[in-house]
Ligand binder design. Structure first.
Ligand SMILES: [Zn+2]
Length: 81
């Protein structure tokens, strides 16, 4: 009889851990921010579209410019804007 109670207890602990784990997984809502990071934006130098999260950012006269690569940023600076 004692063994049966122990098994029941063990089963209940595992079951409650299992359900709380799944509840945590479903509770995470991060989809909208990830979508914004994958947004395609045009390069300020060559005009090619590239993912926002890989952008090279440069502050040009207190205005933020986004470039597809460091090379593009440098050639933009060399040409004088
Ligand atoms: Zn570029």
């Amino acid at each position: 009889m004692l063994r049966f109670i122990l098994y029941t207890l063990l089963f209940w602990v595992i079951f409650s851990l299992f359900t709380s784990f799944f509840k945590k997984k479903n509770g995470n809502v991060v989809s909208e921010e990830n979508l914004l990071e994958d947004e395609m934006i045009p390069c300020a130098n060559c005009g090619a579209f590239f993912p926002f999260k890989t952008a090279v950012t440069f502050n040009f006269f207190s205005k933020e410019k986004k470039f597809c690569s460091k090379e593009c940023m440098e050639s933009f600076n060399n040409s004088g804007g």
